[in-house]
Design a protein around this ligand. Structure first.
Ligand code: DC
Length: 223
């Protein structure tokens, strides 16, 4: 038996931060599904593959090995045995990842991997299509949102802390483009599941969002 909490929402909605905090507090395994698509995008760049070369990208997806080590200080990500934790957050990867994740076959393979990662475990999984597609029967379904200005501001600050070199305008434009692209995907588009609880985090602190979600989870299960 496994207990699944799905957290969907656009970039900068607070998914990553609150998901990690809730996982630590409730002893859930935290799965950030964006990592899986970022690894494919990184490999596309490393192998100099053109975005138009869908067949090659599918082949790359079939062959890569992704390992995610959940540590108290955040996820350590290994791609074919190499630590790529920082590389998958680069400007170059962030620019192409939404397009790479739009390829249907890439999604089929990654969703399969995401379901396997959760098998038999109590997890909190964050992404864009967790409550609609990956786990439509998740025990708790949450959709986080915030204004685009607030999301860009958060991501810009986060990038500065991680020494990722992007201006506020670059971050804003990237988020806007990714939002549009993520919402238009044929499979696994970013959308609110009918039975998801929507939380607008624009004017909420991280701890307020964490508390709201923990209250919802506690109503469903006694952790
Ligand atoms: O959450 P993130 O910014 O790390 O995600 C990177 C990209 O991956 C995002 O632009 C869309 C894609 N993605 C997706 O299509 N489905 C998911 N479940 C998670 C991420």
């Amino acid at each position: 038996m496994s207990f699944i909490v799905g957290i969907d929402g656009p970039a900068g909605s607070g998914k990553g931060t609150v998901t990690k905090k809730i996982a630590n507090k409730l002893g859930l395994i935290n799965i950030d599904t964006g990592i899986t698509y970022r690894c494919v995008a990184l490999e596309v760049i490393n192998q100099n593959v053109l975005l138009e070369d869908t067949n090659k990208i599918i082949e790359i997806t079939k062959n890569i090995k992704i390992n995610i080590d959940n540590t108290p200080n955040g996820d350590i990500v290994y791609l074919d045995g190499k630590d790529v934790t920082k590389d998958i957050r680069s400007k170059e990867v962030t620019k192409i990842v939404s397009q790479v994740s739009s390829i249907k076959e890439v999604r089929f393979i990654m969703v399969e991997m995401q379901r396997k990662l959760a098998e038999g475990k109590n997890v909190i999984m964050e992404g864009r299509d967790i409550c609609t597609y990956v786990f439509p029967n998740a025990d708790v379904k949450i959709y986080l949102d915030a204004s685009i200005e607030e999301r860009a501001r958060r991501r810009f600050k986060e990038n500065q802390e991680k020494n990722i070199d992007m201006t506020y305008q670059e971050v804003y434009d990237n988020i806007k483009r990714r939002d549009e692209n993520d919402k238009e995907k044929e499979i696994g588009a970013l959308k609110i599941a009918e039975d998801s609880i929507v939380i607008d985090t624009t004017n909420l602190s991280i701890d307020e969002v964490v508390k709201k979600i923990i209250d919802i989870i506690t109503l469903k299960n006694k952790f």
